[in-house]
Design a protein around this ligand. Sequence first.
Ligand SMILES: Cc1cc2nc3c(=O)[nH]c(=O)nc-3n(C[C@H](O)[C@H](O)[C@H](O)COP(=O)(O)O)c2cc1C
Length: 315
Amino acid sequence: MQTRLTKLLGIQYPVLMAPMFLVSNVAMVKAAAANGIAGCIPALNYRSNQELRKAMTELQAAEICYGINLIVNKSNYKFQDQLNLVLEFKVPFVITSLGNPSKVIEACKPKGIIVFCDVSTIEYAHKAAALKPDGLIAVTNQAGGHLGPLAPQELVPELIRLFPDLLIISAGGVGDYKSLNEKLELGVDGVSIGTVFIASEEADVCIEYKQACVDYSAKDIVCTNKLSGIPCTVINTEYVKKIGTQQNALQKLLSKNKTLKKWFKLWTYKRGMDTLYNSAFDAGYHNVWCAGTTIEYIDAIRPVSEIVKRIVGKK
Ligand SMILES: Cc1cc2nc3c(=O)[nH]c(=O)nc-3n(C[C@H](O)[C@H](O)[C@H](O)COP(=O)(O)O)c2cc1C
């Protein structure tokens, strides 16, 4: 299973433990490294700079390969502080998502920090590739979270053909050894896997969220644009059924209104993130749990080591 990704990151298997808002933590990333893959944490999982610094200090002390995920669009008002910390700690790799990654690439590359950019369309991939990152992460329509519009078979081979010098990593749809190999057969340098790690013992999210990943299956995953304004996969809980997955007429109007749309989008995003936060750590009736269709592969809450072993086919 040696690929350009395993060589670049010095890992055993061509697998990234994908960054997951509210879910990823230091314990998971350390367990990932101990089992031959590399994990990545969204900087936004830390409410303050001090907390992010503490997590990075711990990861640095562990002397492992790890990544930090930076949301690069305007909704992330902590972006510059987070980037400064990434540079100060010279983190091994960064994954950019949701916006223009130019500032990250310009600042990180001279310092030798590896940068991968999330892309979900060919048009956007051209823009990101022109900035010369180390690789592109193909966010496909099988991914959990903010999924893309294209199937892996459409997006991945085209990225490989267009950008032979960049590493291409496929995100979405992997939960076991068979599905890992299906993606590797497309010619990718690696895969990025999120959902199946939600139900890990190391995750800090509440037991109800983890158990829901065990109990629900792929057919229960729906796409909502009510959380961030961008399509996002969630488990179709009773509460999600009640509130629906589409913005109502007034919300649609506000998101198109010239003067109000900027504020409305920020407000929607903030409200959506608060809902996800409350559901992830304190389950009640208002449960909105983000997960992808790969919950199909989850049959128990397990340690990260076991989840990785199942994926890489290690006994
Ligand atoms: C609960 C959850 C939260 C996520 N949060 C983020 C995030 O903060 N940043 C990001 O770039 N991607 C995020 N993603 C997307 C993942 O990084 C990755 O693309 C996806 O999990 C791959 O698909 P899979 O869930 O089928 O493995 C999230 C996915 C999930 C399931």
